[in-house]
Ligand binder design. Structure first.
Ligand code: KG4
Ligand code: ZN
Length: 342
């Protein structure tokens, strides 16, 4: 079963080729440099860049796998959520190819694909259910219980900003560019001082699995403005703010995840989405999980945490494992939260 997978929900043009659950090739044309100028993604600019990149990326990825278009049995493509102009570029290409080749087109939910990216580089039995999954990205911040690869129940979500979005906004305030997460993480790791806890805990006193990062973002703005006004926003101050900010976010994410693990009595935690590339998040989660005898897993390579077509392809491959004759045609794979798959 050969699967051709596409992902263009935001600012990366990505293609992957699979043979069953084995990844044969993966190529991604990044637009990060173009969006750095505007310190964020302008949807129309992203769509035009996808349009310029699609066929080169497609040809190179298929060539690297040693295949031709006629070899594929199915096409998988991100259908939601994402920037509509970006999504439509690949959806149009995928639909045309599937029609011309006479093969099925599988539509995939992007967030669910981030979760299933944990299967890349791992055997099917290495991920044990039930489990608690934390999805952390630029647009999403949720906590789920999963009972199988496609049965998920929403436990909590952000009431305002996603954690990645908060990283991006604070990085912008500090003049650190876009995307903010990697640079804040790097500067935080360079900070050698003590943790002082200058930023407040959110939703304090509430027994909730929801998240809120807008108060933290405002507190960071006040802290930056006060230090600037006092003429003491040195490089070391910037490192300290990055460290305090990342630590606060990580504690919010870890504490709720661990509480959910205890309440549901599960043995596994999965991290998904690009914020799961934060070393601080991975190491703090692992530390806390070990204390209660639970395994914490994150994607096996950083590139599987970012937006990429391999996660779309593995989602399709796993859907075929569940439905060997092909998943239902109207199913957006992984869509919905409380529906037990579909
Ligand atoms: O998964 P993703 O590409 O976006 C959505 O699907 O929404 O995640 C992008 C987000 C950006 O906001 C970026 O700042 C953040 O992930 N990010 C990080 C790190 N690397 C990327 N946040 C924290 N630490 C990192 N190392
Ligand atoms: Zn994403």
């Amino acid at each position: 079963m050969k699967i051709l997978a596409f992902e263009t929900s935001c600012d990366d043009t990505s293609v992957a080729c699979f043979d069953g659950e084995s990844l044969l090739s993966l190529r991604t044309a990044s637009q990060t440099a173009e969006h750095a100028e505007t310190v964020g993604v302008v949807p129309e600019v992203a769509a035009r860049l996808h349009e310029a990149n699609v066929f080169d990326t497609l040809d190179e990825t298929i060539r690297e796998a040693g295949l031709t278009l006629r070899d594929f049995d199915a096409i998988a493509v991100t259908a939601e959520p994402g920037l509509m102009p970006s999504l439509l570029v690949w959806l149009a290409v995928a639909k045309t190819l599937a029609h011309e080749l006479g093969i099925p087109m599988l539509r995939i939910n992007h967030i669910h694909a981030h979760i299933l990216a944990n299967y890349l580089g791992r055997g099917f039995d290495e991920i044990r259910y039930p489990l608690i999954c934390l999805t952390v990205s630029g647009g999403h911040n949720e906590l789920y219980r999963l009972d199988s690869p496609f049965e998920k129940t929403l436990l909590g979500r952000t009431r305002d900003d996603a954690s990645g979005e908060a990283f991006d906004k604070v990085a912008k305030m500090l003049g650190l560019g876009y995307p903010g997460g990697p640079v804040i993480s790097r500067l935080a790791a360079e900070y050698t001082g003590e943790f002082r806890g200058i930023f407040p805990e959110s939703l304090r006193g509430e027994e909730t699995f929801d998240f809120s990062f807008s108060g933290l973002k405002s507190a960071a703005r006040r802290e930056i403005e006060e230090r600037e006004a006092a003429d003491r926003l040195s490089d070391d101050d910037v490192r300290e703010i990055c460290y305090e900010f990342e630590s606060r976010i990580v504690e919010e994410l870890v504490s709720r995840t661990i509480r959910a693990v205890r309440m549901h009595g599960v043995g596994t935690i999965l991290l998904a989405g690009w914020v799961s590339a934060s070393n601080m998040l991975v190491s703090r989660m692992t530390q806390e999980a070990e204390k209660i005898g639970v395994v914490s897993l994150a994607p096996t390579k950083k590139m599987y945490s970012t937006d990429n077509a391999a996660m779309i392809g593995i989602a399709a491959a796993l859907a075929y494992r569940e439905y060997p004759d092909g998943p239902p045609a109207d199913w957006i794979i992984g869509s919905g939260s409380d529906l037990g798959g579909r």
